[in-house]
Design a protein around this ligand. Structure first.
Ligand code: M6R
Length: 603
């Protein structure tokens, strides 16, 4: 959470502001910028709200040859101007932007900062004040002081520090929160995410945990906190700029929904050969095939993709599979089988909750596989194996195409492992063909989006709450559909195993409560129709979304036929569109719902 950006050696204002705008997906409740023109002028501007507020507050002649900026998702202290970054020390010599959480900030405050008048409630201010104290008391240079301060810190951080007595340096540090260097000719950049400064350079260095750096416009010095010098390797980021632009769409969310057919086609090319045989690293298939139990860990939408994954692995590979919230498993580890394999699902590859579980898996020497959309992310690097989701950059906070990519890659893996174990179900599963049908199905849904918008306007917009119900594979889908709707439209929505409603929650059904029923499971379709009658009898407005062969005449959305195990790929698109239109037509910022951030790097 939070995005940071820094530049040295080039007019900094525009680069920092553009970078922050691109990083807004990481948090957007307040923002700030510090500029220094290296000729004795410095400017600090902070605001509550979005980067546009920050731009509006800055004066035209404020410019710098070095600058740092921050867009915040509040952890310690409310989103106020004082709590916005950059944070500074009491003599206003040091300015710091920070992404992460200093867990022992209270302890540091009591031990080292007695008598220091604090301006904010942030953990970051404690750190910058501590650096300042060390410089003053020990008469050391700021880089030495930063390292000494960090030696006392427990927690996560990506940091950029400026000393206004030495403003031609950026001091940086990383632990658990992402940070990269962008290399330019006569200038250098630091950012939470390379995409945020892609207009300036394509050459990057990923900082590793425990590394600190002293950066000038022409020089990069990186070392470990232990003092060992690091020779970093740079790489060229190969990315088509159109992937990160909104194109003709009003919001990224719609663009990303519409990209899903191509994501499925890309994954088919990547992971299945012309005969439909899985093209998966043999080592990965072997390790999974040897497992007596799979454990999937994830959060939010990725967790919901894991729940569908459980059905896929159990059906096609016939390996018992458990799905856990990473946030829970990290501190209450599940009881493990003899030969467990851990699978981490994460769009960003940076989710702190999942990382806690992965660290424990590494300690216990449990083989692990990360499925992620960001190939050199932390979870990809640290797991034993990684597979790419290849969904392209997902910018909207609400995850859409990464979910469908996760389902498709799980299906590939389930088939690959099932074939290795010689299960008939896996051999007979013509996934290449089925994914092609699913891609076409999604296209059909997207071309009927006007109808879905009408449903959203009629039933969802007037309501404060809603339910999704489903049985079989539609239950995990109901959870994902409900998350999508509540996340972007603020309509309180719950996803339910349809039969469970009558065990208590049906008391919430009132006249016109929207109940969206998913009907893809042939085994329980009749029972589900019964559950629909139960809520209709209590006044609900039922919206039925049914696959062609199970549909009734008055159902609201009829889904093209696809393999049962791939039905979530299709149904989810209807749910995504319902959420999108409910949010858009309420006049909300679809891509940046309140209180959220895209990449959740705090626990
Ligand atoms: O990057 P991850 O997949 O690990 O993120 C997990 C969740 O934070 C994420 O899926 C979140 O629930 C989305 N905003 C949902 O749309």
């Amino acid at each position: 959470m939070c995005g940071i950006v820094g530049v040295i050696g080039k007019s900094a204002k525009e680069i920092v502001l553009n970078g922050l705008t691109n990083l807004e997906y990481r948090g957007y409740d307040s923002a700030g910028i510090y500029l220094n023109d290296l000729q004795g002028h410095q400017y600090l501007t902070k605001t509550v709200g979005r980067i546009n507020n920050l731009k509006a507050k800055m004066l035209p002649d404020e410019e710098g040859l070095v600058g740092i900026g921050h867009t915040r998702w509040a952890t310690h202290g409310k989103p106020t101007v004082n709590n916005a970054h950059p944070q500074f020390d009491q003599i206003k010599r040091f300015y710091m932007v920070h992404n992460g959480v200093i867990e022992n900030y209270q302890e540091l405050k009591e031990k080292y900062l007695k008598g220091v008048e604090l301006q904010s409630n942030t953990d970051t201010e404690i750190l910058v004040q501590l650096v300042s104290q060390i410089v003053q008391k020990k008469q050391v240079d700021p880089f030495t002081a930063l390292k000494a301060a960090l030696a006392e810190v427990r927690g996560s951080y990506a940091i950029i520090l400026i000393d206004n007595l030495k403003p031609d340096h950026l001091f940086i540090a990383k632990n658990k929160s992402p940070l990269m260097l962008g290399l330019g000719k006569g200038f250098n950049l630091v950012a939470s995410d390379s995409l945020s400064v892609l207009d300036q350079t394509k050459e990057f260095i990923d900082l590793q945990d425990g590394e600190v750096g002293d950066i000038t416009k022409n020089h990069i010095h990186i070392e470990k906190l232990t003092g060992e010098k690091v020779t970093p390797k740079s790489y060229q980021l190969k990315i088509d700029p159109s992937q990160v632009s909104k194109g003709p769409y009003d919001f990224y969310m719609l663009k990303e929904i519409c990209e899903q057919p191509n994501v499925l086609r890309r994954l088919t090319q990547l992971y299945l050969d012309e005969n439909g045989n899985p093209q998966v690293d043999q080592q990965i298939t072997s390790v999974l095939a040897q497992a007596d139990h799979l454990y999937i860990f994830a959060a939010g939408t990725s967790y919901h993709a894991g729940l569908v994954g459980k059905l896929l692995f159990e059906h096609f590979a016939q390996i018992p599979t458990e799905v856990d919230f990473a946030s829970e498993a990290g501190y209450h580890f599940p009881m493990l089988s003899q030969k467990p394999v851990f699978i981490f699902l994460s769009q960003s590859g940076e989710t702190a909750d999942s990382r806690v579980v992965l660290q424990e898996a590494i300690k216990r020497k449990i083989p692990s596989l990360t499925l992620t959309n960001v190939p050199n992310s932390t979870l990809a690097r640290e797991a034993s194996y990684a597979m790419a989701l290849e969904a392209g950059p997902e910018i909207a906070v609400a995850s859409t195409k990464a979910y469908t990519a996760q389902l498709a890659v799980e299906a590939v893996l389930a088939k690959a492992v099932g074939m290795k174990l010689q299960h008939k179900e896996a051999h007979d599963f013509d996934l290449r063909h089925e994914l092609a049908i699913a891609a076409e199905g999604i296209e059909q849904i997207i071309s009927a989006k006007a109808k879905i918008e009408q449903v959203a306007n009629t039933y969802l917009l007037p309501s404060r709450n809603a339910f999704y119900i489903g049985r079989g594979i539609d239950y995990p889908l109901a959870l994902e559909a409900a998350l999508k709707l509540k996340e972007v439209s603020y309509i309180q929505t719950e996803g339910f195993a349809a039969a469970e409603l009558k065990h208590g929650t049906i008391s919430l059904i009132e006249q016109k409560t929207p109940v969206i029923a998913l009907v893809n499971d042939p085994v329980t379709a009749d029972l589900l129709r019964g559950n629909i009658q139960e809520v209709l009898a209590r006044g609900a407005n039922v919206i039925a979304i049914a696959s062609e062969q199970l549909a009734h005449e008055n159902d609201d959305v009829i889904l093209p036929t696809v393999n049962y195990y791939l039905t979530p790929l299709i149904s989810v698109v209807v749910a995504q569109l319902l959420a999108y239109y409910a949010s858009k037509n309420k006049g909300l910022d679809v891509d940046k719902p309140r209180n959220l951030a895209k990449s959740v790097t705090v626990e």
